[in-house]
Design a protein around this ligand. Structure first.
Ligand code: BG6
Length: 257
């Protein structure tokens, strides 16, 4: 039965990989919404996938979230020595979520675990127009933003649009606007509709869509049956290279192919 299960998972991986022309898809058993063990396995698989593509001198931009926090937790010191000369940075904004799952915290935790360096971005995930205008001209912030925008690798979580709008405490008007525009997914501060079009963009500093398109490796990691639609929307956006998901999400996604 174990072998049969593994064959089942690799079939799911291959179906999604081929359909979207991805470099790699990893499906872990179970549903991480229901099982912490499954979420840990997801984190572990994400950590392994990242170490598989990282080398010295890389800039790796990471988002926040509970999934990325679990992934950081599961990163182990590389067998062939520390990843010296590599940098972890937050992808967009850095502050905003609770401390444990902020992009800044995740960047520094990941860096420490693999012997790399990190730089932080001390601006909120969501800015007012005035705050944005003054921060965007700050030389120190410009310097780190420039570095973030050169990221060769981007590691990001994926969330349901409405859940993320609530978590980020967007006002009622913006949230209902998102729903009207058909937003189903959120990732790195961008909101996507079912076809993968960007329908809303959070005002913050860091990566832009062009940087995501220019990155060598975009690694998405998410799990849970309720996230299937969101994950699928981000796949249709079409920038993913490596996808790490759980079985519950994968089963829903293949049903839709
Ligand atoms: C946010 C990321 O911090 O976490 C988003 O910026 C992502 O890209 C979200 O959608 C996912 O959070 P979680 O807790 O479901 O992993």
């Amino acid at each position: 039965p174990v072998l049969k299960e593994l064959v089942g998972l690799s079939n799911l991986e291959e179906k999604i990989r081929r359909f979207y022309g991805l470099q790699k898809v990893v499906v872990v058993p179970g549903n991480c919404e229901e099982s912490p063990l499954s979420k840990r396995e997801l984190g572990k698989a994400g950590a392994k996938a990242l170490l598989g593509v990282m080398h010295g001198g890389d800039v790796v931009a990471v988002t926040g979230g509970t999934t990325l926090a679990e992934m950081a937790e599961q990163l182990t010191y590389p067998l062939n020595g520390p990843l010296k000369g590599s940098w972890f940075v937050p992808a967009r904004g850095g502050l905003g979520e609770s401390l444990e799952i902020q992009a800044n915290t995740i960047a520094s935790n990941m860096a420490k675990r693999v012997g790399a360096d990190y730089r932080l971005l001390h601006v909120p995930d969501l800015l007012s127009r005035e705050a944005y205008e003054s921060l965007v001209h700050d030389p120190n912030i410009q310097e780190i933003v420039r570095e973030i925008r050169t990221a060769r690798i981007i590691v990001h979580g994926i969330g349901n649009a409405v859940d993320m709008a609530r978590r980020r405490k967007l006002d009622e008007e913006t949230t209902s606007g998102l729903q009207e525009k058909g937003a189903v997914a959120e990732s790195f501060g961008y909101y996507f509709d079912e076809s993968g079009n960007v329908v809303h963009n959070m005002l913050t500093l860091g990566l832009r869509l062009d940087d995501i398109k220019a990155a060598d490796v975009v690694l998405g990691i998410a799990g849970g049956k309720s996230k299937a639609k969101a994950i699928h929307a981000v796949l249709r956006f079409g920038q993913e290279d490596i996808l790490v998901i759980d079985e519950a999400a994968a089963l829903e996604i293949v049903r839709d192919l």
